[in-house]
Design a protein around this ligand. Sequence first.
Ligand SMILES: CC(=O)SCCNC(=O)CCNC(=O)[C@H](O)C(C)(C)COP(=O)(O)OP(=O)(O)OC[C@H]1O[C@@H](n2cnc3c(N)ncnc32)[C@H](O)[C@@H]1OP(=O)(O)O
Ligand SMILES: CC(=O)C(=O)O
Length: 525
Amino acid sequence: MPDDRFHVYDTTLRDGAQQEGLNLTVVDKLAIARHLDGLGVGFIEGGWPGANPKDTEFFRRAQTELDLKHAQLAAFGATRRAGVKAADDPLVAALRESGAPVVTLVAKSHDRHVELALRTTLQENLAMIRDTVSHLRAEGQRVFLDAEHFFDGYASNPAYALEVLRTAAEAGASVIALCDTNGGMLPDELAEVVHAAVQTSARVGIHCHDDTGCAVANTLAAVKAGATHVQGCANGYGERSGNANLFTVVANLQLKRGFDLVPREALADMTRIAHAITEVTNVTPNSHAPYVGVSAFAHKAGLHASAIKVDPNLYQHIDPARVGNDMRMLVSDMAGRASVELKGRELGYELSPEISRELVNRVKDMESKGYTFEAADASFELLLRDTVAGERRRHFEVESWRVIVERTRGGELVSEATVKLHAKGERIVATGEGNGPVNALDRAVRLGLERLYPELAEVELTDFKVRILEGTHGTDAITRVLITSSDATGEWATVGVDENIIEASWQALEQAVTYGLVRAGHVAD
Ligand SMILES: CC(=O)SCCNC(=O)CCNC(=O)[C@H](O)C(C)(C)COP(=O)(O)OP(=O)(O)OC[C@H]1O[C@@H](n2cnc3c(N)ncnc32)[C@H](O)[C@@H]1OP(=O)(O)O
Ligand SMILES: CC(=O)C(=O)O
């Protein structure tokens, strides 16, 4: 069971939603809350009820639509306005009526902010904190306080910054999170201030932004200095450079510091949860994210692979399975025999040292010409199969292909491709039309082969990337084409390289179709 003496507090739905380009609907927020609950976080800050209709609706719907197993919902909002009673402030009323068991109040703890931004006195700010905390406590809610700009405030006026914490604690706030609102702190200085703050009676928490790239390090430093409540956002979302990445924080504290924060089986599901949340936010996942990124346990250098072959832990800091991730081998011109041997094993082949050596040489030679295999696993597997077989083996042979791109009188662009192929003892001539030359070639190949290989109806070309590479040996620039294809059960990528973009595309396309047939279980003639 997770340790209740330590809080994991997620603010993805509030501070995370303050990220540029991130726009969540109520349904998105409900879905993310379920994922976070699945991870086992203790608190989910759902937004600021009363500040906008969406956040108000979220709290209303959460009462009937969220069946949280681990987490409690927290409603975020500010202390009362200067000069009004907490009970009469409409934004405080929205917090009271949110139905959330926890309210997190943001309060000024920096004297200059009180005077310049709130335009009130230091004493009135303390009264705003005292009144709002005690009012909500009297209404039966648990109150946490986010001490905004605490670290900058402590540098400006330490006595006042600490007075804010004391006031909130005495009024009944059970957690006071110290906020590095501008994200400008470094771990050593931050730790000293946290150390001073933990002398207050309430539990001290930490809320860090990543403007110095230190949000996670700062969070860990705060914990070392005595903080027992960590705030962060899924995938490090948040205002400006983002917040502390909650997944990194949790994994570090649990796996490196021995805290029991979330159930072990939930931690082992963290990579899936991180990616599921990116599906909801529609933000491209950071493939290099610690622990959960697809590259977090991907090994490219040959020397690494040769040691990993003996013991994977020689080049990775944890077993990736503990966070639900996988080790992967990348094959490129930095590979050695061990890299291709391990990659082969990953793909289900046991390669002899001789085949591995030959394959490494072929990979290095082709990469020097512009191919890239780390982004084109399917091309690598076809190369591997050819090397093992000692010859190039395909399910169809190409006699010729031709593409015509015509601009009609009406200004319409029409592409038409004809392919002449040989498969299963037949000569096939097929023509396809498409909205571009590659699309036309793709249609022509399918039209020609589908009768012999009906599974091709399932294969779809899902992505097409072109990159112009520097010319080598004084020749003209060459083109690299990467094609991603998919069928009902997965996707694969293939690569083609040539001075001519259509030839490069054809190579990638021919391999894409061939690999689709390999996946369908067809054996090459
Ligand atoms: C550090 C953080 O990220 S905290 C979270 C910030 N999140 C957001 O701001 C998103 C949601 N915010 C909103 O929708 C709006 O800003 C609202 C509804 C909260 C307020 O809107 P408005 O009433 O139009 O005020 P506006 O945004 O211009 O200014 C904020 C007001 O809150 C006051 N205020 C700021 N912090 C506090 C505080 N801790 N306690 C009390 N009042 C505060 C400001 O002084 C200002 O007062 P003023 O209206 O007298 O000038
Ligand atoms: C409260 C908050 O989000 C901050 O101070 O950064």
